[in-house]
Design a protein. Structure first.
Length: 339
């Protein structure tokens, strides 16, 4: 399939469920900014509120989190002039195409989604229908813009593969070459930030203890306290990276330092190898505070002016809709709808 015929366009999204963490910053937004700076791509970034409500969201929390995610993107360097930045609910074409794709995707494909199985667990009868259909909506998010590249974490790769399957089936069933076969982008500067209390779990905005994550809006004292209390083992840092094998908590702190300082983990070890935690943790806390303070200051400024923020998202939604409408109209037409 001639995916090269499609102009390089990036789409990605973050759910507004809870506040943003250092994990979102180092794991996603940093790379989004980098792709925005690369003239090869047109970049579209979305606060995916429609995905958030697949599990219960208190209305006030959803409203606040939607603005907070948008503010953190802007504060971290997403420029709403150069990128298109908006929230999903403002562009109803997402849900329209999502429905059409739920008629393309097969139940057997959905049943293989590991994230659904993990999230539903033993409760599969009680979760929302939306949670099950979520990957079809995600495919719509991406293909509504004919996006060719989707920066995501490893945990979302299977959903991008499903997006490719939906595009291929649609193209095949209707005998067209209409939707691109999108590439997941998982390499590059982004990293997987782990939970500060359990190095085998991802740092998550919805995990039960606040001590396990650094929130973008944490103040300096809180950041210092969380790193101080972060779980480690009694051993000091090894002299080199290889010595951190099998020590996930220690490795995570080194990786966080590297991500914040924009240097390699090897370079961190060259400086701190052999140090005790009493030396390394305060250095890490200082670095985190120095890097995050300007971002959280700007976030607070934006959150104090929600009208400005909402206007930015409304403008982004208009630009998104301009791209989406012709693609949606053509999809309806290909499928034979009379409109
Ligand atoms: N499912 C993604 C997550 O949980 C969020 C998301 C929704 C997304 N739509 C998307 C990511 C489209 C990339 C592209 O992280």
């Amino acid at each position: 399939m001639a995916d090269t015929a499609f102009a390089p366009r990036v789409f990605s999204g973050i759910k507004p469920s809870g506040g943003l963490t250092l994990g979102n910053y180092l794991g996603a937004i940093k790379r989004w900014v980098e792709m925005q700076e690369d003239p090869t791509y047109e970049t579209i970034y979305c606060v995916v509120d429609m995905h958030a409500v697949t599990v219960w969201q208190d209305p006030a929390d959803l409203r606040r989190a939607t603005r907070e995610v948008a503010a953190s993107m802007i504060a971290s360097g997403i420029d709403p002039e150069r990128s298109i930045l908006f929230n999903q609910a403002r562009v109803p074409a997402h849900t329209e195409l999502g429905w059409l794709f739920s008629c393309v995707a097969r139940v057997g494909w959905m049943n293989r989604m590991t994230q659904f199985k993990d999230k539903a667990g033993k409760n599969a009868e009680k979760v929302s229908l939306g949670l099950y259909a979520y990957p079809a909506l995600m495919a719509a998010d991406i293909l509504l813009y004919h996006a060719t590249h989707v920066p995501v974490g490893e945990d979302q790769k299977q959903h991008v593969e499903l997006t490719r399957d939906i595009a291929a089936k649609f193209n095949h069933d209707y005998g067209v070459d209409f939707f691109p076969i999108t590439e997941p982008v998982t390499e590059g500067p982004a990293m997987r930030v782990m939970n500060l209390r359990d190095g085998s779990k991802k740092m998550s905005k919805s995990g039960e203890s606040d001590m396990e994550r650094i929130n973008m809006l944490d103040d300096a004292d809180t950041i210092a306290k969380k790193f101080k209390k972060a779980k480690t083992d009694p051993e000091p840092l090894s002299s080199d990276l290889a010595g951190l094998a099998g020590r996930p908590e220690a490795r995570n702190l080194v990786d966080i330092y590297a991500g914040l300082a924009d240097i390699s983990a090897e370079a961190v070890m060259a400086e701190y190898g052999g140090s005790g935690w009493g030396v390394f943790k305060p250095a890490l806390a200082d670095l985190a505070v120095a890097k995050l303070a300007p971002v959280s200051d700007e976030m607070r400024r934006l959150l104090d002016a929600p009208e400005e923020l909402d206007a930015i998202m409304a403008r982004g939604a208009e630009r998104a809709d301009e791209i989406a409408q012709p693609i949606l109209a053509r999809t309806y037409d290909i499928m034979g709808f009379v409109r």
